[in-house]
Design a protein around this ligand. Sequence first.
Ligand code: GCW
Length: 657
Amino acid sequence: AEDGYDLWLRFAPLDGVAAAKLKSQTPVVAPISEGDRSSTLDVAVEELERGLTSLRGEGDPPPAQNPVQIILDCGTEPGTGQSGFSLTPQLEAERPTFRIAAQDHIGCLYGSYALLRELAAGRGLGEISLIDAPAMPLRLLNHWDNPDGHVERGYAGRSIFDWWNLPGRLDQRMIDYARANASIGINGAVVNNVNARAFMLEPRYIAKLKRLADAWRPYGIRIYVSARFSAPRDIGGLDTADPLDPAVRQWWQAKTDEIYASIPDFGGFLVKANSEGQPGPQDYGRSHADGANMMAEAVGDRGTVIWRAFVYSAEDDTDRAKQAYDEFKPLDGQFADNVIVQVKNGPIDFQPREPFHPMFGAMPKTRLMLELQITKEYLGFASHLAFLGPMWEEVLTADTGGEKSVADVIVPVGMAGVANTGSDRNWSGSVFDQANWYAFGRLAWNPSMSSDAIAREWTAQTFTRKPAALEPIVRMMLESREAVVQYMTPLGLAHLMGTGHHYGPAPWVCDLARPEWNPCYYHRADRDGIGFDRTPSGSNAISQYDPAIAAQWSDPAAIDPKLLLWFHRVDWDHRMASGRTLWHELVAEYDRGVAKVDGFAATWSALESEIDPERFRAISERLAIQQTEARWWRDASIAYWQSVNGLPLPEGTAKPP
Ligand code: GCW
């Protein structure tokens, strides 16, 4: 059944010329000598055989007279460095070969997946000649999975990790999960929520973690754990977790050694400290650097401590968008070598659109890693179609000043994506959300890939290679994130979702205890105008950016209108570049968003003959939900703004039904 379980690894049979060619070439994987074998190479061979058989289609092919030998050459140096590979066809030779070369076994596995990906996109063996290597060392998924099976901000069922039955039973899903990740180059997973339970570090859990680590090792995936900072108190029997206390340091040292004794390639710890109620070093008057460095000392050169920069405090009434920078910038240069500071793409929290996080341009002496959210907490969950490639491309290519893009800053370190996996048959809730997992992996591998190229690859592997169907699908994917921005939070608005669930519109909410939990904190609309003044006349968050960027953004006429209300508070009759007033432009944006979604539904319904009935229907139903809810967002938002500004709808605006 086409239930989506196979993700982008379907390897649907080729047709036409491509099929005939592959059948006549009958590529076979050349045997690997006993001495060169490894569990990773066994996986590579198995994947190649499975993929090729599937791509060739039903039935045994007639034996080719001179079959193409696929040679895995994994001990040589093709000049690509660690985990890289080269693919070289030599089909004209007397004995035709296709060579996958790498300096290490994982490089050969990545090369094998790359070959299959190219074939699955419809290219012939002879056309597949490439050299490639991952751009950044760490390409990690962060699971916000709780040990009780609930996934925080998960919209695809329960957790895929079966802690109850581990270590005794290993679910086949854990292997398929590793295959999917390895196929796009993901090389690590933090398996539990950053809002962590300390008991994940107890011996009974270490045994479970070990079983997973052993299962994933052949696929090049290292396991990481979110550690609760107060663990020495919670499970260690100490009465403090003060990072400068010798007993605390000793406890972490012993705990870390215990983990490495079971899992020699354990990746390390991810820590959310002094953020949203989590314990941390500040509970003892110590800094984030004190806390991170203490744990880093315990880990040593065996792994990494990844410290999250997502902090904002209940006691601090400065603009929430400023707080992480304010706290971390003074610590630049104080973190140990094996500490990484992990920064969300924007300064607030995974909104449909935010400017890039100012820390990326401000911490030259700190190893920074980018955190993206694959699960769509603020973009309509798995119900709304939103391909996030364009959003991530936007942040990666953003200029941080000094001629460095965000990608340039993080390439020496890595990228983390908050996973959207769950127990649903199709893993991600909606098949289109699989594309976000895929895009994350591809961008972590190569942050200069275009979202267009990624959408094409994914669509060819997931749905169809036929241009007449592939082109419209890709087009709608590429428009989909902007559509969500337009019907939810246009022109730089943000955080107007209902508090708690973050799903529907609630710009009117203003009575919650913590000011920055209220949508009204973000839009600041009243009779006269709307928007958050972050220029020097307001919170001055803009000063956290490079002076040249800040200067451009400070001018409401020069800033991209997509960020206008993020940085500026303007009158309702403020003139936009379009010639419209802000109010009329805002209404037009909502309408454009709704119109785009109507377009997606029309595009999709025209594809009925090209898509299997199961996935066709599942996606049709979700698009219908999105059509209804885009209108909900538009109409509720406009009605609320009108209740504040008393302005009529622009001439010609259709009345809500
Ligand atoms: O996006 C917000 C979420 C919280 C999350 C937090 C964080 C894991 O609403 O659910 O907690 O950010 O990133 O720590």
